[in-house]
Design a protein. Structure first.
Lengths: 252, 243
């Protein structure tokens, strides 16, 4: 209990100082808003159907992007393990892809998919693809090292090993990659909305920013953070359900 | 090949680029007998075992055997249990059977009974102790009724009671099924516990420096002899001409 209270103390002090400064200095209020104003606007916006629409749009873009990017990255990562020729063929292209600042692709995606949902979904998917690929490839290598010695000596085919051992064995790595990718998927969706959109939290933040409404910008940031927390919570639940032994290994 | 010889390794050498790891090693694995390769850590024991299992190619020499290598008549067990954490003890044993096309719950349970773990069949590996996991590993290997057992230091992380227990199960299996076993270890005690024949391996590039046959009656008294042979192999390295 004492530890929990200790954790809250710096945050509370910071909020009190911020509130105090904002109430005594107009420029602080203009540039940083104040905790009271942010909370008041947050409560007001949450009663507004428009804000829930913005939240659901960003949620859809990020979650679809996360799923598509992770699936594609994972499949390519697994294929690279199955066949060395595929690895050698794809390696230079993956290196080039890794060097591209993905967010620079945003205008292209708008041209290809329009300003609707799909351009943001693909922006998010592109953002998470390489991390998912790297994680699934590392996962396959790890699972192969740990679990295949016995089956190798039986002369089991690589494809059968992939399906029976490598895929379930690398799930821990794939899910860890998914966790890392939550932030990237949200960022991808957010950047997509920043470039061109008519709804979403990125659109909301951009609009409030252009009106010099720092309170609104902070409300948008808080809601994005809440989305990230929500994704993390869901994923932790999935991980506990699918991989009960992982928590045990960690605690040992 | 002589009738009761299940596998012969002839003049095996292995180089990793310029590094010579194994140098002209010959050995026979005989049905109903356990051969143990004793050598210091990092001398190339595991490489030799992998070559014999057909998992790696020798740079020189050949393996002669009536078995298909790698194949379903070969059982491999290592120091780490390599059990699948998402399967129970019984499912792990059953999994090995499934891989070879037989789904036989009765056989899986019989094997768990053999290693005294039938009451733990529904436990996951993380719920078992290190010794219990290694026993499940053994049950999984024996479930396939292998003709050749390849054991890569399977006892090294276990206490003496479990070592004795597992050794006895392996010995009984080898004699009853007329299988051949090859175990590698760096421990003189483990070698004496299990082997009918001990081959002493020198440091890199490894060659066999001595071959010691162990009779059951002298199992408890041969420690000094084997230890001396191992020390000589490390100090002098005089390769024996053949196994």
């Amino acid at each position: 209990m004492r530890h929990i209270i200790l954790k809250f103390i710096p945050g509370i002090i910071l909020l009190l100082l911020w509130e105090y400064a904002a109430s005594h200095d107009k420029s602080v209020l203009f540039f940083f808003s104040s905790p009271g104003k942010v909370i008041a606007l947050l409560c007001k916006e949450l009663q507004n159907a428009g804000m829930w629409h913005n939240i659901s749009v960003t949620f859809m873009e990020a979650s679809l992007g996360l799923i598509i990017g992770t699936l594609l990255g994972t499949v390519v990562g697994l294929l690279i393990w199955v066949n060395d020729i595929i690895r050698k063929m794809l390696e230079p292209y993956l290196l080039i892809l890794g060097a591209i600042p993905i967010f620079a692709l945003a205008p292209m995606l708008i041209i290809w998919f329009g300003i609707g949902l799909m351009s943001k979904v693909f922006m998010a998917a592109f953002s998470v693809f390489l991390v998912a690929l790297a994680q699934s490839y590392e996962g396959t290598k790890n699972a192969a090292e740990k679990y295949t010695l016995f089956t190798e000596s039986l002369g089991i085919s690589r494809m059968k090993m992939m399906y029976k051992i490598i895929l379930p064995g690398s799930l821990q790595w794939i899910l860890s990659g998914l966790k890392m990718n939550i932030g990237l998927a949200l960022l991808g969706a957010f950047i997509g909305e920043f470039v061109s959109s008519t709804a979403g939290l990125g659109f909301y933040i951009l609009r409030e920013g252009s009106l010099f409404n720092t309170t609104g910008v902070l409300v948008g940031i808080i809601l994005l953070t809440c989305l990230s927390f929500f994704f993390n919570l869901v994923l932790d639940g999935v991980k506990k359900y699918l991989l009960p032994w992982v928590n045990y290994q960690k605690s040992n | 090949m002589v009738n009761n010889v299940l596998l012969s390794a002839e003049n095996i050498s292995k180089n990793f680029k310029k590094l010579k790891v194994l140098d002209d090693i010959s050995l026979d694995l005989i049905q109903g007998k356990i051969t143990c390769i004793l050598g210091s850590s990092g001398c190339g024991k595991t490489t030799l075992l992998r070559i014999i299992a057909g998992l790696e190619k020798a740079s020189k020499g050949k393996i002669l055997s009536s078995l298909t290598l790698p194949g379903k008549e070969v059982g491999y067990m290592s120091q780490e249990d390599s059990l699948l954490p998402w399967k129970t003890a019984e499912q792990n044993v059953l999994f090995a059977l499934e891989l070879t096309g037989i789904k036989n719950h009765r056989q899986a349970m019989k094997m768990l009974r053999l290693v005294h773990l039938n009451h733990f069949s529904r436990y996951y590996p993380h719920e078992l102790s290190g010794g219990q996991r290694q026993r499940v590993s053994l049950a999984r290997m024996l479930a396939l009724s292998p003709k050749l057992l390849l054991l890569d230091e399977p006892l090294s992380a276990l206490d003496i009671v479990i070592k004795n227990d597992l050794t006895q199960i392996i010995r009984n299996y080898v004699i009853k099924n007329q299988a051949a076993a090859l175990m590698i270890t760096h421990s003189v005690e483990e070698a004496l516990l299990v082997a009918d024949t001990i081959l002493i391996l020198s440091p890199r590039p490894a060659c066999i420096t001595d071959k010691i046959d162990i009779k059951d009656s002298e199992r408890n008294n041969a420690f000094a002899r084997v230890k001396e042979a191992l020390e000589n192999a490390i100090k002098e390295k005089k390769c024996a001409t053949s196994s």
